[in-house]
Design a protein around this ligand. Structure first.
Ligand code: C2E
Ligand code: MG
Ligand code: MG
Length: 258
């Protein structure tokens, strides 16, 4: 029975994703990222949202999991990328120091057309490439290592930056890391959670920050919920912060630009 329920749920979710693509009914929220030293706004991460029939938002992580398994993620990511570029263009033109981060699934990495699609979206929307950062999870990067390195180099050639998302959960060995030409590491929330209570997590973050800086890579800590975490991250030399403590994801019309 339980298996039947799960299949039914997956089927319904897949159908609502398909319908949302057809009806253009996905929404975008943007979560601010701040410089840790002076709390200056440095950019936003676009996060996909979908309203349920009762008006509440479905869990994005659950939607993404189903989309990944069904392959719908390819179309969804393209929708998100294009619409985020359109929505944020006026903001980055008026505030050229701000960056827009967009998540893409690892499923794009082996696709030959991925780079040309991004170039096309940039051209069509007129969004400046230097203001765009693509986030790929560390685990999918490792899964497609060779292709991923090519893609990162290709993105760099067109002026787009790359971040490794959920860093610390993908088990990259340290010698791998020195070969990955990314601009930014996003330390996963699970390490941020333990930073005030666990010496091990604090040491891990310390080493990652040092290593990242040796490679000229910036470090963002994700999912930071309390000020005491911020003071520790600041001591450790972390560059920036994204978390509920300084800003939740919000729709475009509610962004404050500070
Ligand atoms: P992510 O890319 O690591 O994004 C950060 C997630 O952490 C977001 O969840 C955000 O709302 C949440 N978060 C940020 N700060 C805090 C905090 O202080 N506390 C807590 N508890 N949570 C915090 P969200 O929006 O539910 O998205 C979940 C994941 O879904 C994202 O994780 C990303 O992997 C994926 N995702 C979202 N939008 C897209 C998309 O357009 N394409 C793809 N491929 N994946 C997406
Ligand atoms: Mg992300
Ligand atoms: Mg993450």
């Amino acid at each position: 029975m339980q298996m039947y329920d799960e299949l039914q749920k997956k089927y319904l979710t897949e159908r609502s994703l398909q319908q949302a693509l057809e009806n253009n009914s996905f929404e975008l929220f943007y979560q601010p990222q701040y410089n840790i030293t002076d709390k200056k706004l440095i950019g936003y991460e676009a996060l996909m949202r979908l309203k349920e029939e009762d008006g509440s938002y479905a869990s994005t992580q659950e939607l993404i999991n189903v989309a990944e398994r069904s392959g719908l993620i390819i179309k969804i990511d393209c929708w998100v990328l294009k619409n985020a570029l359109i929505q944020m263009k006026p903001i980055v033109l008026a505030n050229p120091e701000l960056e827009l981060s967009v998540n893409v699934s690892g499923r794009h990495l082996p696709r030959d057309s991925f780079l040309s699609e991004i170039s096309l979206f940039l051209k069509e929307t007129g969004f400046p490439a230097k203001n765009l950062k693509i986030e790929v999870t560390e685990s999918s990067f490792i899964r497609h290592m060779k292709k991923a390195v090519d893609i990162v180099n290709g993105l760099k050639n067109i002026g787009v930056k790359v971040a490794l998302d959920d860093f610390g959960t993908g088990y990259s060995s340290l010698n791998y890391l020195s070969e990955i030409p990314v601009d930014c590491l996003k330390i996963d929330k699970s390490f941020a959670d333990g930073i005030a209570s666990s010496t091990k997590d604090r040491k891990f973050i310390d080493v990652i920050i040092k290593l990242a800086h040796m490679m000229d890579c910036k470090v963002v800590c994700e999912g930071v919920e309390k000020e005491d975490q911020i003071s520790i991250l600041k001591e450790l030399g972390c560059d920036s912060v994204q978390g509920f403590v300084w800003g939740r994801p919000l729709p475009l019309e509610k962004l404050t630009l500070y």
